[in-house]
Design a protein around this ligand. Structure first.
Ligand code: G6P
Length: 487
């Protein structure tokens, strides 16, 4: 491809804003996604010279690249399917995701063997493809915003190719505690950290994850990387050679909030009203609802949520027939066996609870696994209690969206391990996600919360949840990067 060197703001992420499917007649159908980055880029307007670099993920995407079909402002990279699978499934989702969410069953895993090394080489190739594309597309001095654990090596590689650029890296996940991160082989964790420290600025969703990152960086060579924790000034990591300061990587935090305007409008459209009618049918007249909506990721803790609900029905029989657990668990990363097994366990346990306690007129658990955004919003509107109990989560936007959307106000049962806890803890019922009995007690407390208190708390939760809407979240990062001096 001929280098254009014309983009002034570049975003790089594994998953892009559009995906393609080949229809039966051979035509390509484009599907557009949403999210914080999409809102952010639309906020800077069409004339800002923005370009989104992403990977082709499916055969349809690769076909679109082959045919030269694409959207303005998007460059999709046709990384070979096997390289992408190693990098995405093998390293990003099976190693880095596991490390940052503390998901290993350590007696048996991880085992960093020859297969891991082979996949790591693909992760490097995949990161290099992004760095090269960004280097080709960026105008002199452009701002480049690299996203997430898939692309940790990109900042370092890109800086080598284009030292003139301003580079930021943003993590949408938690960051691992030092003792967990050091499970990774020494050379690998050095590569990951040095890759990210190629950025002028690395940012996170909460201070907790930012601090964890900085502590991991402190384990690198202290002669070369010096952590700064000044009060009142941005935290940073200085790159040094002897006494000389070479440059600085600043550390930032941007707590992505819910998009109130979008949610209010979208959740009152006709398709959502229809889904509400159908859901009310399934729930039954006059019953309370405990609602959860998740992608079925191992970190979401859906199984312990069901165990807590079962404990509630077990120990407080007064709730039988009077409450329904509405659980939407949408498939995610089904190429990985461990995700498929987890999805199956969620289904098995839901069925077990239904056959143990269900009556002809009452299904204790209403489980849906087919992704349907309108139905998710319908469940938000009907929620009496929102259950958000992840083992660990970068932010968890569901915890922020439900109080904004729920019609009558909902009591929020929230894991202290979700990033959202930092902003919502005062008005949530906070639980240890591993403690099933405590979670059951919190569900009971949530179900019995007096209506006035519930309404008051919901109002405050919604205010906190919408403090930093997606467009502003993105603009803040861009401005912070552009304002850096003395890089
Ligand atoms: C979650 C995480 C993001 C991550 C995304 C990838 O939403 O919060 O950090 O980028 O998963 O999901 P995917 O479906 O692309 O694997």
């Amino acid at each position: 491809m001929v280098s254009s060197h014309s983009a002034h703001v570049l975003v790089a992420s594994n998953r892009g804003p559009v995906s393609y499917e080949v229809g039966e007649d051979g035509s390509l159908n484009a599907k557009r996604g949403g999210g914080g980055l999409v809102s952010g880029l639309s906020a800077i307007g069409p004339d800002a010279g923005a370009l989104w670099v992403c990977s082709a993920l499916s055969d349809g995407d690769r076909e679109a690249v082959r045919r030269g079909v694409g959207e303005d402002g998007v460059r999709m990279l046709a990384i070979p399917a096997d390289v992408h699978a190693d990098a995405y499934n093998g390293i990003a989702n099976s190693v880095l995701w596991f490390v940052h969410h503390l998901l290993y069953q350590t007696p048996l895993e991880p085992a960093f063997d020859a297969e891991f090394r082979r996949q790591w080489a693909s992760y490097e190739t995949y990161n290099r493809a992004f760095a090269q594309a960004l280097a080709e597309e960026a105008a002199e001095g452009a701002a480049v915003l690299v996203q997430d654990y898939h692309l940790c090596l990109v900042p370092g590689m890109l800086r080598e190719l284009r030292p003139d650029l301003r580079i930021a890296h943003f993590s949408h996940t938690p960051w691992a505690p030092v003792d967990y991160f050091t499970m990774l082989p020494d050379d690998i964790r050095t590569q990951l950290l040095e890759g990210m420290l190629g950025a002028d600025r690395v940012a996170f969703l909460t201070w907790r994850w930012a601090t964890a990152f900085q502590r991991c960086a402190d384990e690198l060579d202290p002669e070369r990387y010096l952590s700064m924790w000044p009060s009142g000034a941005p935290r940073a990591i200085q790159h040094r050679q002897g006494k000389e300061l070479l440059r600085t990587t600043y550390i930032g935090v941007h707590g992505l909030g819910a998009d109130a305007d979008f949610l209010h409008a979208r959740s009152h459209e006709a398709d959502v009203e229809e889904r509400m009618t159908a859901l009310r049918e399934e729930i039954g007249e006059g019953r309370r609802t405990i609602v959860r909506v998740d992608r079925t990721e191992l970190s979401k803790n859906i199984v312990r949520g069901l165990l807590a609900y079962r404990h509630l029905l077990d120990t407080r029989p007064e709730w039988r027939e009077r409450v329904v657990h509405v659980a939407f668990a949408y498939p995610s990363r089904q190429d990985l066996a461990v995700y498929r097994d987890y999805t199956a366990e969620v289904q098995r346990l839901a069925e077990e609870i239904n056959s143990q306690y269900g009556t002809p007129g009452w299904s204790p658990v209403v489980l849906h696994v087919k992704d349907d955004f309108a139905r998710s919003l319908a469940a938000y509107r009907l929620a009496d209690v929102a259950l958000v109990n992840p083992i660990r989560d970068g932010m968890n936007l569901v915890a922020k969206e439900m109080p904004v959307v729920s019609d009558e106000g909902c009591a929020l049962v929230l894991s202290r391990e979700a990033g959202a806890w930092e902003e919502l803890r005062r008005d949530a019922l906070v639980v240890n996600p591993y403690d099933v009995v405590e979670t059951a007690d919190a569900l009971h407390e949530a179900l019995t919360m007096p209506p006035d208190e519930r309404a008051e708390r919901t109002k405050r939760l919604a205010t906190a949840a919408t403090a930093l809407p997606p467009a502003q979240w993105f603009l803040d990062q861009l401005n912070a990067l552009n304002e850096l001096t003395g890089r």
